[in-house]
Design a protein around this ligand. Sequence first.
Ligand SMILES: [Zn+2]
Length: 133
Amino acid sequence: MKDTDWKKKLTPQQYKVLREKGTEAPFSGDLLHVTDDGTYVCGACDTPIFSSSTKYESTEPGLVGWPSFSDVISKDVIQLVYDDRHGMNRTEVVCSNCGGHLGHVFEADDSPTGTHYCINSVSLAFKSQSKST
Ligand SMILES: [Zn+2]
């Protein structure tokens, strides 16, 4: 899809994060404290990315304030991209299907798997399990 089409489909905040690789302000996201059972899908293309069973409250300094996940639904749904913007060596998490920027992944002791997916709320949409049944 072209940038002009994404601009029509997404909210300005979604566009800034998903297409321009922005980062939402910490503690600003709607999904930070969601604890319901369900699936987190890409906010741009609806591809299922994370299950609620892997969401956890992070205590890692610098990574608190965004939704945290310990694993993805399938390794195929994301691509990992080396990111040295802002003078930091980070690994970007990108939706395999649409190329949307989701967040970054870190090694972290507070994650059950040792892997911390630090994801922007606006890059995701939450599909509650109870609504689909
Ligand atoms: Zn996507």
